[in-house]
Ligand binder design. Structure first.
Ligand code: SAM
Ligand code: PRE
Length: 248
């Protein structure tokens, strides 16, 4: 796996963070070293997706990057028939996803689309996964997207949303941030790399509070919302669309 050295050099410091070809090439290493409980999050997303997916509907992976969720799901699915639409607006990410998919049996079950998720058409979904992606959208676009996801879901369908959040209490936010940087340092990032990435992510990754997410989910129509995984500020929500017939 190519090692993430993006923020070891000076010039990387000046540009805002983006999901370009250099980042895509080392993205696996970046994810595993930068996202606490990344494997566990994907594992639980697959378990929930398998449980809630309904035949004849679609599964969406919004901000799919180079396909860790989709490929993992495909491998775990065995003979299960499913249809997944994986969306991202980074061409280099989707190029890698396409290559990974090309050698896998059952690959026709996943369709890749290079699109802005704020503009894509969503419909007939029983599972929508959005892992560490909403946080990269401009704030004014977020409500509209969550509402469109709710509308696209069939009754009993789910949204799996993972986000980096901030705390309303600045003491706790600062503490979580420090613990997070200790996690990164323990995974081999230098303090210079950590601070350069923090600057590059400023105004690019804009986290919100847990309460803001819960309020937006409720406003969109979700009545059942659960936090199923949390590592300080990395938070995974399960939001279920009501199914009055089945009582889900
Ligand atoms: C942190 S990565 C997601 C990680 C991935 N979901 C996973 O679990 O491995 C965020 C992804 O969202 C994509 N993205 C950001 N804004 C987007 C937008 N407006 N439309 C589509 N994709 C977007 C980026 O290109 C990037 O691949
Ligand atoms: O906040 C940070 O410093 C991160 O590295 C987090 C984060 C994320 O949450 O998406 C930022 C960019 C990469 O996509 C991987 C991890």
């Amino acid at each position: 796996m190519p090692v993430d050295k993006i923020f070891t050099s000076d010039e990387a410091n000046s540009a805002p963070f983006s999901f370009n070809a250099s980042v895509a090439a080392v993205f696996d290493d970046m994810l595993y070293r930068s996202v606490p409980l990344y494997s566990e999050t994907l594992g639980l997303q697959m378990t929930l997706a398998k449980r809630f997916y309904r035949p004849g509907t679609r599964m969406y992976d919004l901000g799919c990057s180079h396909g860790n969720f989709g490929i993992g799901f495909l491998e775990a699915a065995g003979d299960m028939d499913f249809s997944m639409i994986a969306l991202d607006n980074s061409e280099p990410m989707l190029e890698i996803y396409k290559k990974r998919l090309s050698v896998r049996k059952g690959r026709e079950r996943i369709r890749l689309c290079c699109e802005d998720i704020c503009e894509s058409r969503l419909e007939n979904a029983s599972v929508v996964v959005m892992n560490l992606t909403l946080q990269f959208l401009p704030l004014p676009m977020r409500k509209g997207l969550v509402c469109r996801i709710y509308d696209a879901l069939v009754p009993g369908g789910i949204l799996l949303l993972t986000e980096k959040v901030v705390h309303e209490n600045t003491f706790l936010t600062d503490m979580q941030q420090e613990l997070y940087y200790e996690f990164k340092a323990a995974n081999g990032y230098s303090s210079l790399e950590i601070s350069r990435k923090r600057e590059a992510l400023e105004n690019v990754l804009v986290p919100e509070t847990m309460e803001a997410h819960q309020k937006r989910l409720a406003m969109a129509g979700f009545r059942k919302v659960e936090i199923y995984l949390k590592w300080f500020h990395f938070t995974s929500f399960l939001a279920v669309k009501e199914d009055k017939v089945c009582g889900v």
